[in-house]
Write a protein that binds this ligand. Structure first.
Ligand code: BJ8
Length: 424
C-alpha cells in the first residue's frame, strides 16, 4: 500500500518491498504485544504514535535537519557520548538491531554463530531496510565484545564508520585511554559537523542528556510501587524510543506519563494485582522490536519491574556531573560518567553484580531473569556470577539464552511459567 513516505524511503535507497514486509511484521507484533494490553495509561498514546511513526515522521524530521546542514550520527552502544554529538548541533540515534529480518543477508558475510544483534545491524544494511542507518553521516562502532569489534571491520565497507576504543578494565591507565578516546571522538565530531564544541554548548548538551536520564530514573522509581503501575513491556518501549526520539520532546512526554503514574499509584491502581510475582530482567540489551521475552514473562502471570540492561537502567543510572565550567572539566566529567557503565565486556566487573542485587532489593523483585543473546560470551559467562550473587542475596534467578527467532517460544514459555509458579 502506498504511503506518504514512499518517496523519502526511495530516496534513502531502501528496498521498498522488503521494507514494507518489515513494517507489516512490526505492526502485527506491536498489535499483539502492546495494543492488546488492558488498562494502559493515556500517556502511552505517545509511545503508540512514536512507534507507528518510527520509520515515518522521525525520519522526515532527520531529513529536514540534514537539509539544514545538521549531521546524523548512528550508534550501537551506550558508550558513545551523546553530549559531544549534541554540542556540535548534530543528532544521535541509537540504531536498533532487534529484528531477524536481514539475517540471511548477514549470514553471507558473517559466521552463522554470531549474536543476533550483530547479525541484525549488518543484515539491515545489506538488505537496505533501515532508514536510520541510511540517514547517518557517521556510524560509530566500539571495541566492546569481540563479535562487534570484528564485525565492524566488515561493516566499514558498507557505512561511514568510526570506531571508539573502549577499555576492557577500569584502572588509571584505562581511564587515560578512555579520556584520549573521548578527545579523539570530539575531534571527529567537529570534523564531520564543521562546528567546534565549546564549553557553553557542551554544558547545555550535558544538561539535556541528564534531563532525559532523570526522567527515566523517575519512571523507574515509580515502579517500586505495588501493584506495579506500568507494564515492563511499556517501559522497555519507552527506553527503546529514548534512543531515537528528539530528546527534549521525549523528556517532556515521559514527564507527563510519570505525573499520570503518580496519580495511578495514589489511587492504588496497577497493571496487575498486588500479589503478582515481580520480576527483573538483567543482561543483554533488547533493541526494537525485540519484545519476545517481556511478552512471554508478562503473559505467564508475572510483571516486570526493572531492566538491568543498556536499554534500561544501565544507560540511565549515572548522570554526568554538571558542576564543571571549563571544557576540560566537562570532558573529564563525561569520561568519568561513561566509565562507570558496567557492561559485561569489562573484566573484572564486580559493580554489575552489586547493581543487580541492589536493584532487585530496591524494586522488591521476587526473582530475576537473566537474558543472554545466543553466542554472547560476555553475558553468558557473567550470568554464573550473577546467579551466585543473587543466590547469596536470597533472590532466585532463571537464565535464558535465546535469539530473535520465534522457534523457541513454547519452550521458553514453559520455563518462564515454571519459574513464576515457583515464586508464588
Ligand atoms: S555497553 S551491553 S550496548 S556493548 S549481545 S553485541 S555484547 S555478543 S550489546 Fe552492548 Fe555497549 Fe555493552 Fe551495552 Fe556483543 Fe553480547 Fe552481542 Fe552485545
Amino acid at each position: 500500500m502506498p504511503t506518504p513516505y514512499d518517496e523519502m524511503w526511495e530516496k534513502l535507497n531502501l528496498d521498498l518491498a522488503a521494507h514494507e514486509g518489515l513494517l507489516q511484521v512490526l505492526g502485527k507484533f506491536y498489535g499483539d504485544i502492546y495494543l492488546s494490553q488492558s488498562g494502559r495509561l493515556k500517556g502511552i498514546e505517545y509511545l503508540d504514535f512514536a512507534l507507528s511513526e518510527v520509520h515515518g515522521l522521525r525520519i522526515q524530521e532527520l531529513q529536514e535537519a540534514k537539509a539544514q546542514g545538521r549531521k546524523v550520527v548512528g550508534t550501537f552502544c551506550v558508550f558513545v557520548p551523546e553530549e559531544l554529538v549534541l554540542a556540535a548541533d548534530a543528532i544521535q540515534v541509537g540504531l536498533c538491531a532487534g529484528a531477524e529480518i536481514g539475517k540471511e543477508a548477514a549470514e553471507k558475510i558473517l559466521p552463522r554463530n554470531t549474536c543476533a544483534l550483530i547479525k541484525s545491524f549488518v543484515g539491515f544494511k545489506i538488505a537496505r531496510l533501515c532508514p536510520y542507518l541510511e540517514s547517518c553521516d557517521l556510524v560509530v562502532g566500539e571495541t566492546t565484545c569481540d563479535g562487534k569489534k570484528k564485525a565492524y571491520e566488515i561493516f566499514a565497507d558498507y557505512v561511514p564508520l568510526y570506531v571508539m576504543e573502549i577499555p576492557q578494565m577500569k584502572q588509571a591507565c584505562d581511564r587515560d585511554l578512555w579520556k584520549a578516546e573521548i578527545l579523539r571522538f570530539k575531534e571527529e565530531i567537529e570534523r564531520i559537523t564543521g562546528k567546534s564544541i565549546t564549553a557553553p554548548r557542551l554544558k547545555e548538551a550535558i544538561r539535556l542528556v541528564n534531563a532525559r536520564r532523570e526522567v527515566l530514573q523517575r519512571l523507574n522509581r515509580l515502579r517500586v510501587a505495588a501493584p506495579a503501575p506500568i507494564s515492563g513491556r511499556d517501559v522497555l518501549l519507552i527506553n527503546q524510543i529514548s534512543f531515537y526520539d528528539d530528546p527534549v520532546r521525549f523528556t517532556a512526554k515521559i514527564g507527563e506519563l510519570c505525573d499520570e503514574l503518580e496519580e495511578r499509584i495514589k489511587a492504588g491502581q496497577g497493571v496487575a494485582p498486588a500479589d503478582t510475582p515481580r520480576l527483573m530482567l538483567s543482561g543483554c540489551p533488547m533493541a526494537v522490536p525485540n519484545w519476545k521475552l517481556p511478552f512471554l514473562v508478562e503473559s505467564s502471570g508475572a510483571v516486570i519491574v526493572g531492566e538491568e540492561s543498556c536499554i534500561g537502567s544501565r544507560n540511565t543510572r549515572d548522570l554526568v556531573d554538571e558542576s564543571g565550567e571549563t571544557l576540560e572539566a566537562m570532558l573529564d566529567a563525561i569520561a568519568d560518567r561513561y566509565l562507570r557503565i558496567d557492561c559485561a565486556c569489562f573484566t573484572p566487573n564486580p559493580e554489575r553484580l552489586e547493581h543487580i542485587v541492589a536493584m532487585a532489593r530496591d524494586l522488591r523483585a521476587d526473582g530475576v531473569i537473566h537474558y543472554g543473546l545466543s553466542f554472547c560470551q560476555p553475558y553468558a559467562i557473567e550470568a554464573f556470577k550473577v546467579e551466585k550473587a543473587l543466590k547469596d542475596a536470597g533472590v532466585p534467578m532463571l537464565s535464558i539464552e535465546t535469539d530473535y527467532s520465534m522457534e523457541d517460544v513454547e519452550q521458553l514459555k514453559t520455563r518462564v511459567e515454571a519459574f513464576v509458579e515457583m515464586l508464588h
